[in-house]
Every structure is written in structure tokens, then in C-alpha cells.
Design a protein around this ligand. Sequence first.
Ligand SMILES: [Zn+2]
Ligand SMILES: [Zn+2]
Length: 342
Amino acid sequence: MKAARFIGAKKIAIETVPDPIPNRGEVLLKVDYCGLCGSERPQYEEGYHQHQGHEIVATVIDGGPGVQVEPGRKAAIYLTRFCSKCDMCSTGLSTACTEHVSKENIGWAWPGGFAEYVVAPEQNLMYLDPELSPEMGVLLLDTLGTPFHGLRRADAKSAQRAYVGGCGAVGLGTICVLKSLGVPKVYAVDRGGLRLEEAEALGAIPIDMTETDPVKYVQAQGGVDLAVEAAGVPASLTNCLSVVNFGGRVLALGEQPDSFKLTVDLSTRLKDFAVHRTWYFPISEFEENQRLAVEGFFRGADRLISSVYTLDDMQQAADAFYSGKAVKVLVTPNPVPTRPTL
Ligand SMILES: [Zn+2]
Ligand SMILES: [Zn+2]
């Protein structure tokens, strides 16, 4: 089959690799859409030993030994392998599976969705409601599913004023969820350009950090009760600690390669606040998120997908995405005849 691999120096090679074969407990699927993720930027720059892609919606082809599946059904694929038996899995917390703990993610340790076909454990299939578009299925993974999990933990529903540092796909997904939950005031911080325009279109108050100091500005407006770090930059986390008010919550969503440090000075030391750190989402939350999506809960979510490229054009897709000229970019390795609206 055809697959697209990051080979380093921001280059992508279209390669022919053996068709994947499902083992016991696994399913073979044909990839409909796979989203590019900010977490793959280091591999875009430095290369990777196999094809990646973990924001996958695909169509069931066949089950491996012992697996009965219904060919033709569409499913979003859960990122991380999990055992479903350990203490964490049995309470629904698949992201914290003590057997696998994210070491065996699809698109990382296992080949991903930048290919015509993918294999996934049967229990990683999150079947899509026929009323949900496959593109929305992709958004329910990292773009909306990841922030929604953290925002549930941080009780975002009760927030009146929120701050979002970083308007990449996860930051914009955070804004979409916050506005959909009815949070009246959401400040969005980035470096101007498309991402900030999209934040404003989603209902946030844009702050261009190249022109305005976001901390001074938000403090002058009275601070916030919820501050979300979505840039994966240490200085952005420090800003969140500065803008959050007494009794508020900070949510650290951004992924950063360096160790996670909280810099507490006199201004932060003298207030009570909670810090939440979450990553991805437990598989048990997908059903509820999907139900909400079918009901039209996620306001403006269609703005989050900038463009769809074929696998052959993945170089252009990655260049557009990693240069910040696009919000979410999807690759469709098996082009679908018509693109349904969200
Ligand atoms: Zn991701
Ligand atoms: Zn487990």
C-alpha cells in the first residue's frame, strides 16, 4: 500500500510498504481521514522510522483471528493501546492504563493513518454515529476530545472568564468548547494572523502578543477564573499563573519537550489556585462527545478544518499546517467522492 513518511528536513516521502495484516484482536481498516498534529512537528523536522498519523477515521474492512466486525462501518481510532483490565482501565481511565501508559500509541510505536490502510485493536474502534460526518469524527479526537477532557476536570462550565494561551488546533478547540459551554468571556492569545482571526470568529477576544502584553491586558480587565495553556511553551504557562485570579484553575494542556515547571513568585504565591494537567481523553468520554456533536453542541467547529489533501499532496498539507497557514489539516489517503459538510 501507499504511505507517507516524514523523512527529515521537513520532507515527506510517498513510499510503498507492505499491507498491514490484523493479528488476533485487531481490525484492518481503510483510512478515510487522518489529521496532522502539532505533536508530530519534531518528526516533520527530523524524520521518523515509519509512517505516523494518529487522528484517524477509517472504514472497517475485516477482523483478524477471533474478531467479528461489520465491514463498512466507520470508526474513529483511539490513540493509545490499553489493556481494559487494570485498575485504571476498569474505571474508564484508558489514558492511564498501567500496562501500556501511552508507550504503544498508534501512529508512534505502531504504524499510523498516513497510509491507505491501518490496523488497530478492536477495542480502540469508536464507531461513528451515521449522522456524524467523518471529518467531525476526526475533530472529536485531539482537537475537541483532548481539551474537553481537561475542561471537564477544571470545571470550565462554571467559569465566567477564561484565558487561552496559544491558538493552534488544540487552543482553538479549547475556545470552541468554552464558547459551546457558554463561558461568556474568553481571551485568546497568539501572534496575530489566521489563528487569532479564527479565535475571534469562534467568539473569543483576540490578543496579539506581538502588540499587547497579554498578562498586563488581562489583569487590567480583572483577570480570569480559568487559564488554559495550549501552546506547549513554558512562558505561556507562567502567563496562565499570572492571569488566574484567587480561587481559579490553570489547565496545562500544551505538550512540551522540556520538563514541566511552575514558576511561582510573590504574585502567584499569595493566591489559592489549582493546576490541572491532562493529556488526551479516556475512551469512555467519546460517546458523550459524539452525542453532543450530533446535537450540534460544538459551535463553529466547521471552522477548525482548513483543508483536506490527498496522500500524494501530503507535503503541501504539512507545509501549510506547520507554517501556521492552516488550522487543522486532514489527509485523505483514499479520496472520498464528495466532501460532506460537518
Ligand atoms: Zn495529536
Ligand atoms: Zn489497563
